[in-house]
Each structure stands twice: as structure tokens, then as C-alpha cells.
Design a protein around this ligand. Sequence first.
Ligand code: PGA
Length: 262
Amino acid sequence: MSKNKKLVVANWKMNPQTPEEAKTIFVGTRKATEKLKQTEAIVCPPSIYFAQLAKLVPSKAKAGGTKIKIGGQNVFWEPSGSFTGETSAEMLSVAGATHVIVGHSERRALGETDEMISKKVSASIQANIITILCIGERERDHHGNYLSFLKHQIMSGLSGVQKKNLFQIVIAYEPVWAIGKSESEALTGSGMHEMTIFIRKILSDMYGRDNVSNIPILYGGSVSPNNAGNIVSEGYVDGLLVGRQSLDPALFTEILKIVDSL
Ligand code: PGA
């Protein structure tokens, strides 16, 4: 298991449908975070709920403490201008986001390219936002081509990131074939351990071993209370990225408690 502080990211995706529900889920999650010792929860709601939820973040967390923070699910690379429908990194930051998810497979599936993702990563770093770069292959092959694919995603996503900004980077490994499935289809802890080693090796080759040991590596894809413990302890990850189960405060509370106890 990793020695770093743990991070559990709640990716609400395009849910829930009303601000009232968003508040209920957020308050339930916040309650769970009050007792956390070494784990931080990053709630990533649709950005339309930011202003409302930012007011519910305890001030200690705003000052850099642990527990609960807000993140974006996407960002645009330009600072302002004629980009209909987009949100800049600065806007996210001003609205209270400390983190942002970049390159999620659902956005890549909508046409986001490695080049666009690289620009989004750089813009987020410039706005002092912690950037959660998502990588993941669509399928595995016996020849290991998926490893070259992942290597390319990492190198390209981080192509604009200098050594001095690595403290603002988190890597989330989310195999696309494990997202949105049943909990038994998630990657196992031992399977994740191989990926943690692989990802850290690529980061070491890019930046030097000593410079990358603190970069958190997360797993995402059908995480549940039943598999979270195994993935974190056997997978040597620094935390998890949770989709569907983060919308249910009872289940998400379970996941947070398990991660915090490891
Ligand atoms: P899931 O989603 O937990 O619902 O599989 C994970 C993700 O897409 O980030």
C-alpha cells in the first residue's frame, strides 16, 4: 500500500437532476468526511452546482486541510473569449474548485484528443488547480499493445508539464472496459499493482524517479465497498475514482471509511 495521503474522487457525471438532490448527496458525503484521518474526498459535481455546493465546504478544507473539496469534471484551455459552452480553469478556481478531472474516457469518446487533453492539463496547472489526468485502454490484447497505448496517453497528457508542477498532478487509471460495469468486473488489486508499477515507471522515465514518487495514482472503474479495500491495499494506489456509487452517500461513506482505515 502507498504511504501517501489517500484521495477518493467522486465523479457525479451528469447527475443528480436537481440542486436539492445535489445538496443532499453533498451533505451526506461531508458528514462521512468529518471522521477521516488520512483521506480526502474530492466531489466533482456538474459545474452548475458549484456555487451552491462551494458554500457547504467547511472553511478548514478551503484552507488546505483534508476532508472534502470540490472539483470540476472538465475544463477548457483558453482563459476567456468566444468558446460557447466552455468553462475556463480560472472560472473553476474562482467558483471554488481545487481539482479538475481531465481526459475522462467519456469525454475522449465524445472526441477529445490527446492534444486537447494536454492543453487542458496545462491550463489547469496554470490556474493552480490539481489536475486528475485520466488514462485507460478500451480493451486488452495479448501482445501488450494496450501498454504502449497507455504510455502514449501519459506522455502526451503531461507533455506540457514541467518537473516543478508535478505536485499538481494526479494520475487516474480507469480501464474503459471496467467503467460502468458490475463490481466483480473491476480490476483486481493485484492487477492494479502491475499497472501502478507500469505507470510509475513511465513517470520515472519522463521526470526521474525521485521526482515522481509523490504523484498520486488512483484506480477507477466499478469501485464499490466490496472491492475498494482490495484495490487500494493490493494495488498500491493512493486512492480511487468513484462514479455511480458516489451518488449514494451511504455507499460512498462505506468506501471512504474502508480507504481511510488502510
Ligand atoms: P463507475 O465510473 O464507478 O460508475 O464505473 C467510474 C468513472 O467513470 O469515473
